[in-house]
Design a protein. Sequence first.
Length: 559
Amino acid sequence: MILEAATIIFPRWGFPEWAIDLLLYILILGVLVTMIVSWIFDITPEGVQKTKSLEEVREKPSESKIWKAATYISLVVIVALIILNIIPKNELIKTGDIQSLVVLPFDNFTGDDQLDYFVSGMHASLITDMGKVGGMRVTSKTSSNSYKGADKSVPEIARELGVDAIVESQVMCLGDTICLQIRVVTPFPDERELWSADYREDKSQILNLYNRITKQIANEVRIELSPDEQRVLDQSRSIDKEAYDYYLMGLYYWDKLGQESLNKALEYFNNAITLEPEWALPYSGVAQVWVGMAQMGFASPETSGPIIFENLSKALELDPNDASSHYTQALIAAWVQWNWEAGEQGFKTALELNPSDAMSHIYYAHLLVCLNRNEEALVHGEKAVELDPLNPLILSLYAVVLSSSDQLDYALVNLEKALSIDPYSFFAHHILEFISYDVGDREEFMRAIRFIFPLEETVFQSIERTAAEDGLQSAYEELVANLEILSQSTFLVPVHFANRYIRIRQNEKALDQLEMGLKVHDQNMPYLTCRFLKMEPLFGNPRFQALVDTLKLPMPKGN
């Protein structure tokens, strides 16, 4: 009975797992000691006396058989309890049983569809918070969101994502007070609820609510928090309710990535900063939006650069534990400043703070590819796909990592999966152009270039005929000739153009493009020596070596 009570009470009180084992050993020892002592001594009305021998006892007490039967029954019960607690029971969750989970999109039961942005923001925030727990793999937001409104069972979702448990959430009320219901469900061998809880919290305490939910779920699935994780999750902060609304609206528009949407995101993030100037996340949001605007050509580096650094510095000053700020800082260090050491340190810090951040894993993998550390890159690339298996961008970026390790067929498989999820992904088509050519897949090659380039249909038909009659090499030469004409009116990325020249063996033109890439600070220059770009024919060229020396990039081993 004591042991049964302990298995229920100890986890609730936060006792370590070994405490139940210790109690079990004490009880076993106590049973043995009790049996020995009771064999030697008796408790009588006159006190404790040594048990008399059979010859000394002339007449046995009539009730002795009753006591003997009670003793045997008690012994059987004790042994049964011990066996039941030693043998694992299906319904008892043990450490290590649940190592991965997905937080499904929150259900909005408030009756107000205009609050969907807030519910979506809560979903993303909880995923980020739970990602801080190193002992638990948490599926990223993009893959999780793909199940919004999906008519799939818990076991189906768990099987597709490769997770051990699913977190379901329902927002029941959303105003100055937030009403939230959370349940954790395990799908195997049968769908079963492990734990559920209802929360009613003032909106100003919502950041603390995420921390509390994360700690409670970790406790329920028997994940032990490290001292640093415990410290971070124990931090308490109240937030202005209107500022939090502005911040979530900023996230909502940031996800849309259009120029108008990015401008709205900036407006909302800055409104949040006005109301909460000591809150780090809106500053991080402003920095990320300006990075996006620079990458998409909506703002010049001269305009965006100072704003990015100012807001990143402020975000990290206010919250050194903000993984997203370290991630953004690492991106800038690697692909804007070409500072490999700072970039790597930034990604490492981001992953220490949030081990489940798929984007940090995949871009760290790309930095490692640029540094020709391909085995390490594969590890982080695989982890990113494991965390976000239904994200077309992750799958496409992983294809580059695979290509750099000469796994071209598998790279093509990942690109095809990315395009099955998002047939309009420009980046996936862009990578498909090169990999389909390298593996000799004419159909996929034509699919890619038709999507990417604004050429006349007659041009594509001619290229397709050339591919069928003379092979992909001749078809690529015809494509590049048409792109040279297009480049007179449209800017084409220098490193990408060099990549095409290399594949049709026009090495001097490739070098011209790479030198142009250095001049205009093409953010693809860090990939100069990686296998994906196929620049090996230039490795002995002094012009190429001068570029490598300028960027301080390592050459592949053996070169």
